[in-house]
Design a protein around this ligand. Structure first.
Ligand code: FAD
Length: 343
């Protein structure tokens, strides 16, 4: 490994030996950056307990090298050992750029690393590029309540750090034969050094993870009440999907926050996104415009959501959605009778 190589690092987030998909999205982005940054290589950082198998996956998604700290102390995420382990790696190997997923874990970790290594961090980026003149990271994110996009450069400090939310970046195609180099590093801490102790691990099975759903049926203020979401849920169930929502629904307490799609909610890229009673404000659209197919249902023919919809139905959602649900169920039944498993 040459000293002069500009290292583009990505953090491989994992829980109980399973990598978070945002890790691969970051590796895809890192490869694009590397193509525009001469003399650079894409590498990954992996921490955990008995997680070496994840390095093989990282090679397939474009990492040339994986720095691994494998230690029982790292079996569940705690800020201190993760942040101090990675900060030591940063100080030793001096990456040029370091990308982290803007997940709950990633947000906690990235800020601590940036503080420890005394560099800047651009959080919640929506676009990453290499500035053509300065040859440094140009990290773009919404600002002033989403009304402006700001491109931020970290000119003097290294690494240039950025977090990106899951699903903002496309998932790259894995290369099944790809291989890479594994570099093992010690953690340099023992359990006695960690003030936070794990008493019991409670898996968040109740937490909805809409970012990676294939089908999302979302309701907006037009649904009118929490009870109104019954029809939305019935269609989502019939399609094997999940329920999403616009922000007023969450602010009114009709649904918990993890359902919110948009700038201050989740970014989603489903195969099918149904927007019912949602006007299509820009702050909602930034979270769902990457869907493969958008079906919008709205009583207002001039609703902005129709500008990005693949299929527009002007009508009352309380008439349209139950009819759609009935048709989906019928199609599913017919398909099952015919021996297929898709509606
Ligand atoms: P409305 O704009 O009130 O639209 C309701 C729609 O329902 C209307 O188009 C109406 O014609 C239609 N309708 C009414 N009755 C029916 C019916 N029976 N059948 C069919 N259609 C019907 N918003 C988000 O969604 N996500 C975010 O993350 C987000 N972040 C924000 C961040 C900031 C900093 C700011 C300032 C705003 C943010 N917003 C966000 C709010 C956003 O600007 C909009 O106010 C919001 O998206 C509007 O939600 P809505 O479309 O459900 O409601």
């Amino acid at each position: 490994m040459s000293e002069n190589v500009k290292k583009i690092w990505t953090f491989i987030e994992q829980e109980h030996g399973k990598a978070h998909p945002v890790s691969w999205e970051l590796l895809g982005a890192a490869q694009k950056l590397s193509a525009d940054l001469e003399g650079s290589e894409v590498e990954a950082v992996l921490l955990g307990n008995q997680v070496e198998h994840i390095a093989d996956e990282a090679y397939r998604y474009g990492a040339k090298r994986v720095y691994l700290i494998d230690d029982p102390v790292l079996s569940v995420y705690r800020n201190k050992p993760y942040a101090s382990g990675i900060s030591r790696l940063v100080e030793k190997y001096k990456p040029e750029i370091f990308l982290v997923g803007a997940t709950i874990l990633g947000r906690d970790l990235a800020g601590s690393i940036a503080t420890q290594v005394k560099t800047g961090l651009t959080a919640d980026c929506t676009e990453l590029a290499i500035d053509p003149d300065k040859k440094i990271l140009a990290a773009t994110r919404p600002t002033f309540g989403g009304n402006l996009m700001a491109t931020i450069l970290c000119q003097k400090h290294r690494p240039q750090m950025a977090t990106v939310r899951p699903r903002v970046l496309p998932m790259p195609q894995p290369l099944p034969q790809a291989q890479g180099e594994l570099i093992r590093e010690p953690l340099g801490l023992t359990e006695e050094d960690i003030p936070v102790k794990l008493i019991r691990f409670i898996p968040s099975t109740e937490m909805l993870n809409i970012e990676y759903a294939d089908v999302i049926v979302s309701g907006g203020r037009g649904v009118g009440s929490p009870e109104g979401f019954k029809v939305i849920k019935e269609l989502a169930d019939a399609l094997g999907g999940v329920v999403g929502a616009s922000r007023p629904v969450i602010d009114a307490g009709w649904l918990p926050r993890e359902h919110q799609v948009g700038q201050t909610g989740k970014t989603v890229r489903p195969k099918l996104y149904i927007a019912a009673g949602i006007s299509g404000a820009v702050q909602h659209r930034v979270g769902m415009s990457g869907a493969d197919f958008i079906l919008a249902i709205n009583t207002d023919p001039n609703a902005p959501i129709f500008q990005i919809a693949d299929l527009a139905i002007v009508g009352d959602l309380f008439q349209v959605i139950p009819e759609l649900t009935t048709q989906v169920k019928q199609l599913r039944q017919q398909s099952q009778l015919a021996g297929g498993n898709h509606a």
